[in-house]
Design a protein around this ligand. Structure first.
Ligand SMILES: Cc1ncc(COP(=O)(O)O)c(C=O)c1O
Length: 381
């Protein structure tokens, strides 16, 4: 098997992840609730995960990091928690995933919020495009830092500078663990992450970092292990946004994967992935039947995700043939990102997405190129 679907979920995980999860599962774990030694041990596990992630994101006060089941929940917590209403204005990038596009679209339909998207300028996202759309009513800017379709990387820091005090919600689903986030936790207003992609952790883990002083209305309230005498949910972080028992076993795995990333170095992983990506892109250019989505190779910064369309093949037929004949696993279709495919001109057919991870080798990509060359010749009607 050759796994090139790391943008969906990374595989394999560092071996320490399964070991940490198995260890956590071998003892009872109810963090922040009972006061006995085993419960305290579970709390320490959660603390370990918060500490490792804070280090990775450059966060000084780790109570501002709340855990959630995935980035979708984290993004909804920010978009829904601001309690936006009629007349409020939101700006987003044009390559958003449904996990921001759907909550925004619901705010438009149900609350009368006005949502605009910036255009790409010569194929790239430009900070001035965001600045141009700002209005006195603008309450939020939402940005997918790297497209899960084209792999194109947005200039997030420059966009934050261009929009000034307007809160920026950054979707780091495709960047956390894959690029140096330059201490984003301290210059972004909301940083949403998922544990199971570039962070190399298990599914069921993710979170949101919230800027100091911003109050979000929690999507869920309930048990918190704190202020139990009150029927009102605590209003302090992280408890205010973490109702219910935490996913201790998942967070044990996430702590181990982030510690692995800190030890290995995100820069090292980034350099290796970019070497493979550049090799893959250059080789793709030698297949005339192929079209690469998004910016031209070398035009701007990117992550290790590449989507293509092969003449006379549907994206799903191509993915099926790659798996059946070559054991290569990729993802085809719309990648939960119809907005991105509309922007990139590949809607409604979608594309075939190859996403490289830290454990892929040049041989994996050589085989993918060999397969694409053969399939390009074997035309489908
Ligand atoms: C850019 C982007 N945002 C959000 C998500 C949603 O991730 P999750 O399903 O982990 O919430 C994904 C996952 O595919 C993504 O690529």
């Amino acid at each position: 098997m050759i796994y090139l679907d790391n943008a969906a979920t990374s595989f394999p995980k560092p071996s320490a992840v399964a070991a940490a999860m198995a260890e956590a599962l071998s003892v009872p774990a109810s963090p922040g609730r009972s006061g006995h030694a085993l419960a305290l041990n579970a709390s320490r596990t959660i603390h370990r995960a918060r500490k490792a992630l804070s280090k990775l994101f450059g966060l000084k006060d780790n109570s501002r990091l709340i855990f959630s089941p995935n980035v979708t929940w984290a993004l909804n917590s920010a978009i829904g928690g601001l309690a936006l209403g009629a007349g409020d204005h939101v700006i987003s990038g044009p390559l958003e995933h449904n996990s921001t596009a759907r909550p925004l679209s619901r705010l438009v339909a149900e609350k009368g919020v006005f949502w605009e998207t910036v255009p790409l300028i010569e194929g790239l996202l430009r900070p001035e495009a965001f600045k141009k759309l700002l209005k006195p009513q603008t309450k939020l800017v939402v940005l997918n830092q790297a497209s899960n379709v084209s792999g194109d990387l947005a200039p997030a820091r420059e966009i934050k500078e261009a929009i000034g005090d307007i809160p920026l919600l950054l979707d780091t689903a495709q960047t956390a663990g894959a690029i140096d986030l330059e201490g984003a936790a301290e210059w972004v207003d909301f940083l949403a992450f998922t544990g199971h992609k570039g962070l190399l952790g298990p599914t069921g883990t993710g979170g949101l970092i919230v800027k100091d002083g911003i109050n979000l209305r929690p999507l869920a309230v309930g048990g918190s292990g704190s202020r139990s005498e009150s029927l009102s949910h605590p209003d302090f972080l992280p408890d205010s946004l973490e109702a219910g028992t935490a996913n201790t076993h998942g967070l044990a795995g996430l702590a181990a994967s982030v510690e692995y990333l800190l030890k290995t170095g995100v820069d090292k992983i980034r350099a290796e992935e970019m070497e493979l990506t550049n090799y893959f892109l250059e080789s793709l250019l030698s297949i005339p039947e192929l079209a690469i989505l998004g910016q031209k190779p070398g035009q701007g910064p990117r992550v290790a995700t590449i989507s293509v369309n092969l003449k006379s093949w549907s994206s799903s037929d191509l993915a099926a043939a790659l798996e059946k004949d070559f054991g290569i696993m990729i993802r085809s279709g719309l990648h939960c990102a119809p907005m991105a495919h509309k922007t990139l001109g590949s809607f409604p057919g979608g594309a075939s997405r190859f996403s490289i991870g830290p454990f892929n080798s040049k041989d994996d990509l050589k085989e993918a190129i060999r397969a694409l060359r053969l399939l390009a010749k074997k035309k489908k009607s």
